[in-house]
Write a protein that binds this ligand. Structure first.
Ligand SMILES: Nc1ncnc2c1ncn2[C@@H]1O[C@H](COP(=O)(O)OP(=O)(O)OP(=O)(O)O)[C@@H](O)[C@H]1O
Ligand SMILES: [Mg+2]
Length: 238
């Protein structure tokens, strides 16, 4: 049997009376790049927030590396290797690039290797190195996305959740971000990628799930979903 990284079972999440996630099941094996696609309001961000402990579960359970996440706050899960790059990036605007990267490592205690990892991030994202002392809030959208990803990587994640990394970026920047997602995946980090750019997401992923109105309505190998007529009509603009 494959090695499970994450398993989500009969998950329900609501905001007061609004039932945003209505009982979904999915899993991610170690080393996989899995994408969750779906229209605006489908419940994708809500699902990620439930996984990282930012929202309470109404029902169901979530198991990360074989252990129930219930009762573990977000920072504990981060320390245990579960990191998220949120929708809208969430960089610390009034801190420099380097300070943002240091903040990403706050759950770590290995000072010397933190410095090495900052250099490693500058290797992956040369643009960040050029701007090391610039305030994050003055960076372009694409640069902020790179910073948000680098900051998450500074926590040395085993499972990385990415919420719409390509949103609002130019085509060139989108290509760059997807290239980095593939590289991170190739280095062995397990990834759950939420995207509205379904085509690129399915091209990059091993498997995919389609979410509609709080439910998972389709799943399969990414290359099969890419050629599926329903997916093509609904999500690939064909
Ligand atoms: N804080 C909140 N209070 C009340 N309802 C909310 C809240 N956040 C989200 N919702 C609702 O929950 C549903 C799912 O929202 P969610 O943000 O998870 O969708 P999404 O799939 O991430 O959409 P998008 O692609 O636009 O980011 C939507 O109907 C949304 O209006
Ligand atoms: Mg969202």
């Amino acid at each position: 049997m494959a090695d499970l990284m994450l398993s989500v079972n009969k998950l329900e999440v609501s905001y007061g009376g609004i039932h945003a996630v209505k009982g979904i099941d999915f899993f991610i094996n170690k080393g996989e790049l899995v994408t969750l696609i779906g229209a605006n309001g489908a419940g994708k961000t809500t699902t990620l927030k439930a996984i990282t402990g930012l929202l309470p579960l109404k029902a169901g359970d979530i198991s990360y590396r074989g252990e129930d996440t219930r009762g573990r706050p977000t920072y504990r899960l981060l320390r245990d290797g579960l990191a998220m790059v949120p929708e809208g990036r969430g960089v610390f605007a009034r801190m420099t690039i380097t300070e943002n990267l240091q903040m990403g490592a706050y759950v770590r205690t290995d000072e010397p290797t933190i410095k090495q990892d900052i250099e490693r991030m500058f290797g992956i994202f040369p643009r960040l190195k050029e701007r090391a002392n610039q305030l994050a809030g003055t960076m372009s959208g694409g640069e902020q996305q790179m910073l948000a990803m680098a900051r998450a990587l500074m926590s040395q994640p085993q499972l990385l959740l990415l919420d719409e990394p390509s949103m609002g970026l130019s085509p060139i920047m989108v290509d760059k971000i997807f290239e980095v997602v593939r590289d991170i995946s190739a280095q062995g980090v397990t990834i759950l990628l939420v995207e509205q750019n379904a085509r690129l997401a399915l091209q990059a992923a091993d498997r995919g799930y389609v979410m509609e109105s709080g439910l998972i309505t389709m799943t399969g190998v990414a290359s099969d979903l890419l050629t599926d007529s329903k997916v093509r009509a609904a999500y690939l603009g064909e």
